[in-house]
Ligand binder design. Structure first.
Ligand code: HSE
Length: 420
């Protein structure tokens, strides 16, 4: 028999305990051993958790219990779970965590501490979708050319509603908080941080890149308006918050931002709260993984898959590479990113304004691919919406500064990247 201790019996923790009980037969048949929850830890013992397991409010009751083989960490946060997971590993216990923030900051230290003790984290990225297993195992024969993912259900839900129903940003954010998709602080969702944690985890497995959130480009969906949505529709794009990891020669681009993608691409069709990740391998070609990125049972499904793997004796390196044998690829700086761009700005509606804009862009070697002009409530001012051909991020950032300072331009312009 294998005994589990759960740190954090919230929605996911309760689902783990209940699924292990309800589906005990099939799980034992697959794992080869009976798996039972020995105890769980919560902060507030007076709250009903809807579980029949023994509960304590002291994490050490799990960490130091000699009968517990596997510690499941579902607390959230970074430093407190780091200290507890470290202690559990030092006590020789295998660990399963769903904590993306913990891994975004401490995955390489944890890998070092874990050594040969299994530390697994399928539930940390895209909830119930087995994307970690796919990258670690199923695609291990491949150099990974790219990963593009919708990894935040809240943003995808909001964008879907804005695009399909014309919903306003503030109303729809409130609705997704009420539906329970959003993080406690929704800035983590709409600002792209939650997705960045997941992208960093995938980038470690795919490329061996040891980066933290502050090392990469992270932008959210806060500045998207119905004007951008209308432009995207007119030019055949969907707007998605994507996490993108892309191999370019000996480097890797890592970025999270709102992205215009062709309406006919598979990932563009992923609507609502669902997540999806496409991975292109050099031998397998394009593969896609789709499913629920959050929710108690879906996330618990991934947690239990890890428990089953550990019970079966899985012993792969935590981040997918044997120490010292990483891919040799380096993180590219934000300035080196190359892509196409969409720009929205308001300009004086008078002769010569357009020429001023295009000549400013020309100074940076940026050429316009398509353009649309829309009236505003003010007759003297027009909205100018355009896309560019591929250029370097550094050039685009310099050009934006210049455009914002032009006399014909009003207010700050908005920019979105395009992935064709
Ligand atoms: N807030 C996250 C989301 C939950 O919306 O996808 C899963 O990490």
């Amino acid at each position: 028999m294998v005994k589990i201790g759960i740190l954090g019996v919230g929605t996911v923790g309760a689902s783990v305990a209940n699924i292990l009980e309800d589906n005990a037969d099939i799980i034992e048949a697959r794992a080869g051993k009976k798996i039972v929850v020995q105890s769980g830890v919560v902060k507030n013992l007076s709250k009903d958790r809807g579980v029949s397991i023994k509960l304590s409010d002291d994490p050490m009751d799990v960490i130091n219990d000699p009968e517990i083989d596997i510690v499941v960490e579902l607390m959230g946060g970074v430093e407190e779970p780091y200290a507890l997971v470290k202690k559990a590993l030092e006590n020789g216990k295998a660990v399963v965590t769903a904590n993306k923030a913990l891994l975004a900051y401490h995955r390489y230290e944890l890998q070092e501490i874990a050594g040969d003790i299994p530390l697994m984290y399928e539930a940390s990225t895209a909830g119930g979708i087995p994307i970690i297993g796919a990258l670690r195992n199923g695609l291990s024969a491949n150099h990974i050319d790219s990963i593009k993912g919708i990894m935040n259900g809240t943003c995808n839900y909001m964008l879907t509603k804005m695009i399909n129903e014309g919903a306003q940003y503030d109303d729809i954010l409130k609705e997704s908080q009420e539906l329970g998709y959003a993080e406690a602080d929704p800035t983590f969702d709409v600002g792209g941080f939650d997705a960045s944690h997941k992208l960093l985890i995938l980038a470690s497995i795919a490329y061996g890149i040891d980066a933290k959130p502050e090392d990469i480009l992270i932008e959210g969906i806060e500045n998207i308006t119905q004007t951008d949505v209308a432009f995207a529709k007119e030019f055949g794009y969907e707007i998605k918050l994507l996490g993108i990891a892309k191999k370019v020669n000996d480097g890797v681009e890592l970025r999270v931002h709102a992205t215009m993608i062709p309406q006919e691409s598979m990932i563009a069709k992923v609507d609502g709260v669902m997540n999806a990740v496409t991975v292109v391998g050099d031998r397998v070609g394009e593969t896609m993984y789709y499913g629920p990125g959050a929710g108690g049972d879906a996330t618990a499904s991934a947690v239990i898959a890890d428990i089953v793997d550990i019970v079966r004796g899985y012993h792969g390196p935590m981040l997918g590479y044997k120490k010292g044998l990483e891919s040799g690829l380096k993180l590219l700086s934000r300035d080196e990113i190359e892509t196409e761009y969409y720009i929205r700005l308001e300009v004086d509606d008078k002769s010569g304004a357009l020429a001023t804009i295009t000549s400013a862009l020309g100074e940076f070697g940026i050429s316009i691919a398509s353009m649309l002009q829309k009236p505003t409530k003010d007759d003297a001012i027009a909205k100018l919406l355009f896309t560019t051909h591929t250029c370097k991020e550094s050039k685009m950032q310099e050009a934006i500064k210049v455009l914002n300072n032009l006399e014909v331009v009003h207010g700050n312009l908005a920019m979105m990247r395009i992935e064709n």
